[in-house]
Design a protein around this ligand. Structure first.
Ligand code: NAD
Length: 236
C-alpha cells in the first residue's frame, strides 16, 4: 500500500446516514419526502420559492444538530496524517467532514451552511433561515438562495477535481449510489488514468462493476478499518 502517494476520495449521502442525515433515495426520487424536482431544481425554486427555502432551512437545522460519525473521524485522521496529496470530494452539503477533522475537502454540490445572493453574487456563512426573507448583509436586497448545486446546474470546481483524479494513485468512493452524474463518472476517469479504485458502500451500487474492489458494509465500520490499513496500523 505504501506506493500510494495521491488519493482522491468521493463521498456521498451514505457516509452521513449514521449521523442521522437521511440519504437521497434514488429509487423513488424522494428526498425527505419531497420529489427532487420540487426541491432540487431551479424550476422547483422558481415555481415555489417559499417551499424550497423552508426545505433548506430544515436541512440547515438538521446539519447543525448532527455530529460526525466514526467514518468522518477516520477520514479526518487520514487527512491529518497522509503526507501525499489527498482530496475529499463530497457530494454532501453537510459539514461533517470538516467537523470530523478533515481540511482537504471540496463540496462539489454546495453547502447547507452557505447562502448565495443572486443580486450581488456574495456568499455568506449562514446558520439561520431564509424563508423569512432576510436582506443580504452585503447589498441589502432580499435575493438570497441556498448555495446548493441543483440538478441542471454546474457542480463546483470540476477542473480542480478532474486534475486531482488525473494525479491520483487511488480513488475511493464511499456511501454513494453512483446515480448522480458527473460524480458517478469519476471512477471511470480514475481507472483510465491508472488509479486503483475501491468502493465502500452498504450495498452494491449502479457503478460497482467499474471498481477494482468493492467492500460492503456500514461506513462507520468499513472506513476506519480501511484507514487503519492504509496508515499501516495493526488491524484490531
Ligand atoms: P444516494 O442516497 O443516492 O446514495 C447513498 C448510498 O449510500 C446508497 O448506495 C446506500 O446504499 C449507501 N448507504 C446508506 N447508508 C450507508 C451506510 N451507513 N454506510 C455506507 N453506505 C451507506 O446519495 P448520493 O450518491 O450522495 O447522491 C445523492 C445527492 O443528494 C447528492 O448529490 C447530495 O448532494 C444530496 N444529499 C446530500 C446529503 C448530505 O449532505 N448529507 C443527504 C442527502 C442527499
Amino acid at each position: 500500500m505504501n506506493e500510494i502517494g495521491n488519493i482522491v476520495i468521493l463521498t456521498g449521502a451514505g457516509i452521513s446516514a449514521e449521523s442521522g442525515l437521511r440519504t437521497f433515495r434514488a429509487e423513488d426520487g424522494l428526498w425527505e419526502d419531497h420529489p427532487v424536482e420540487q426541491v432540487a431544481t431551479p424550476q422547483g425554486f422558481a415555481h415555489d420559492p417559499g417551499l424550497v427555502q423552508r426545505f433548506y432551512d430544515e436541512r440547515r437545522a438538521n446539519v447543525r444538530g448532527a455530529s460526525p460519525n466514526a467514518a468522518h473521524l477516520a477520514l479526518g485522521r487520514l487527512d491529518a496524517q497522509w503526507k501525499g496529496e489527498l482530496l475529499i470530494v463530497t457530494q454532501n452539503i453537510d459539514d461533517l467532514h470538516e467537523r470530523g477533522g478533515a481540511a482537504r475537502v471540496l463540496h462539489m454540490h454546495g453547502e447547507a451552511l452557505s447562502v448565495w445572493c443572486v443580486a450581488c453574487d456574495a456568499r455568506h456563512h449562514w446558520t439561520g433561515t431564509l424563508s423569512d426573507g432576510p436582506p443580504c448583509p452585503a447589498c441589502g436586497q432580499v435575493a438570497m438562495r441556498p448555495d446548493i448545486v441543483w440538478f441542471g446546474e454546474m457542480p463546483y470546481r470540476m477542473e480542480e477535481i478532474f486534475a486531482a483524479i488525473a494525479r491520483a494513485d487511488l480513488f475511493v468512493s464511499i456511501g454513494t449510489s453512483g446515480a448522480v452524474y458527473p460524480a458517478a463518472g469519476f471512477v471511470q476517469q480514475a481507472s483510465a488514468s491508472g488509479a486503483r479504485t475501491l468502493e465502500l458502500n452498504l450495498e452494491e451500487s449502479l457503478g460497482s462493476r467499474l471498481f477494482d474492489e468493492t467492500r460492503l458494509g456500514m461506513a462507520s465500520e468499513l472506513v476506519p478499518a480501511w484507514v487503519d490499513q492504509l496508515l499501516g496500523a495493526p488491524l484490531p
